[in-house]
Design a protein around this ligand. Structure first.
Ligand code: NAP
Ligand code: MG
Length: 485
């Protein structure tokens, strides 16, 4: 008789990414008109490493006056230089930025991990390469706009005001800046207050690239800095990625002003496992969709729907896999789950976990050790979740997964679409016909089949309903920055 082998608890030796090659200054100024300038208020705020709570640097706070200076610099650069350059010349600058980013990829990845709390695996393998690829991709379009919009006269819009969140700091900056420049616009960009560092590194790269002064301006600050950009009368376009609540404020603020807008907002995306799905791959896809990134992804697969026949086995395997996840120092290359971006976000996540318990759902948390310092949340699932419950309806933006079961295809389509959001979805099935049937009926901007969270610069991304409007990426992303005649 085979002897039962005692389960061995494998531990990995620590494998920390070095921080010796990075430069983080004590203080970062505003990047306006090609120069680093002091904020007119003289005020700075701290940015911390959420995994340790250590202060990394102090960041300049831009008020309305600084925003006005940035918009003026962008307007001047638009009128005098950028709108007069050929697409071919614009493309050369964008390529140069992409190459400089690639050369400094390791430094950018480490700084992103320190400032945002995301794992080095994610920043090194996903954020930074994708950010570079975005610049490469749109550099290629700069001199080919007439092919993107055949038989139309293509004109740039002018000055774009761009506001981004903290979950993919450099990548979101790339999503916004690259297509705007390719289409001939100039830019004023504001990063999120907890993650300004890679935006300031990008400002250094932009300065080093020789891009004409004022074409890209980066102003750091709080929400009111963002509002000053949105409300500035000389902005032609607002591109915003962030919460649905702020998206609604922006929508109201620009109504009737003639400003063009793209809003990329929240999500509560459905990940659907059919009974003929490849179960082990699907379990890995669930983990990838909600836990590897601390759930800090707008399109996170935060609502899991499992067909009844395979529900027990999927949940069993999922719990087992959750228990093997390594949570901890984001700089360690073995870490699967990093830190929550801020104390505020951790408080929000914990508030929702309490609501889930009070609503009567059954909670299971991964049995992994949580570091004592910094902000961490163990991967968490809820079973027995009602469709109408708060945790199944509202965006949590953390490593919290709700699980519901279903019997028929019609039932899961109805449940998946019963959400105020419509950003993304995933479908796992062995049969192409089942996949196509589901993907055509799900109200989501992106639907992945037998995979999850895959991005490419050539592929458009964006949502329906309260997930916003407009598309970023691909040719669609260009149309958000041009007037067609
Ligand atoms: P947020 O609070 O809406 O903040 C986003 C950005 O807007 C930040 O730079 C923020 O500055 C700024 N801001 C705050 N109030 C503003 C105002 N009244 N006017 C103009 N700007 C203002 O969102 P978040 O919590 O940082 O990010 C998480 C949200 O982003 C989630 O809902 C997520 O789903 C969404 N998201 C969507 C996508 C997508 O493509 N659909 C991608 C990533 C994230 P401060 O940081 O200084 O407050
Ligand atoms: Mg930070």
């Amino acid at each position: 008789m085979a002897k039962k082998i005692k389960e061995i608890n494998w531990d990995y030796a620590p494998s920390l990414e070095s921080t010796s090659h990075i430069e983080v200054k004590e203080k970062y100024e505003l990047f306006i008109d090609g120069k680093f300038v002091k904020p007119s208020s003289g005020n700075y705020f701290n940015t911390v490493n959420p995994a340790t709570n250590e202060v990394l640097s102090s960041i300049a706070y831009a008020n309305e006056k600084d925003v006005d200076n940035a918009v003026k610099a962008a307007r001047k650069a638009y009128n005098e230089v950028w709108s007069k350059l050929s697409g071919k010349e614009r493309g050369k600058y964008i390529y140069r930025i992409a190459r400089l980013m690639q050369e400094r990829a390791r430094e950018l990845a480490v700084i992103e991990t320190l400032d945002a709390g995301k794992t080095i695996r994610e920043s090194r393998d996903i954020d930074i390469p994708l950010a570079c690829n975005h610049f490469f991709y749109y550099a290629g379009w700069a001199d080919k706009l007439e092919y993107a919009f055949p038989n139309r006269k293509v004109e740039s819009l002018g000055v774009a005001g761009q506001i981004i969140p903290w979950n993919f700091p450099l990548l979101m900056a790339a999503w916004k800046i690259a297509p705007a420049l390719a289409a001939g616009n100039t830019v004023v960009l504001k990063p999120a207050e907890t993650t300004s560092l890679t935006a300031m590194k990008l400002a250094e790269i932009i300065r080093d690239s020789g891009l004409p002064a004022g074409v890209v301006n980066i102003v750091t600050g709080y929400g009111d800095t963002g509002a000053a950009i949105v409300n500035h009368e000389d902005i032609n376009k607002v591109a915003f990625t962030g919460s649905t609540a702020v998206g609604k404020i922006i929508q109201k603020a620009i109504a009737g002003t003639g400003k063009k807008a793209t809003l990329e907002l929240g999500g509560k995306s459905a990940n659907i496992i059919m009974d003929d799905a490849p179960i082990d791959q699907a379990v890995e896809g669930i983990i990838n969709g909600i836990f590897f990134n601390q759930g800090h992804v707008c399109c996170a697969g935060s609502r899991l729907f499992v067909q009844e026949g395979v529900a027990d086995v999927v949940i069993k395997k999922l719990k087992r896999r959750m228990d093997s996840l390594i949570i901890g120092n984001p700089l360690d290359k073995n870490t699967d789950v990093g830190a929550i971006n801020s104390k505020e976000q951790l408080d929000t996540i914990n508030k929702y976990i309490k609501i889930g318990i009070n609503e009567g759902a059954e909670m299971y948390q991964a049995s992994c050790e949580i570091p004592k310092n910094g902000y961490f949340c163990p991967p968490t699932i809820f079973t027995g979740v009602a469709q109408s419950s708060t945790i199944a309806q509202e965006e949590i933006f953390g490593p919290v997964l709700t699980i519901q079961t279903f019997r028929t295809v019609d039932e899961v389509i109805q449940k998946a679409n019963n959400s105020p959001f419509g950003l993304a979805a995933g479908v796992w099935s062995d049969k192409g016909s089942r996949v196509f049937n589901l993907t055509s009926k799900l109200n989501a901007g992106v639907v992945w089949a037998n995979t999850y969270n895959k991005f490419d610069p050539a592929s458009p991304f964006g949502g329906f309903k309260e997930s916003g409007y407009g598309r970023e990426g691909g040719m669609h992303g260009l149309s958000a920055y041009v007037k067609l005649k």
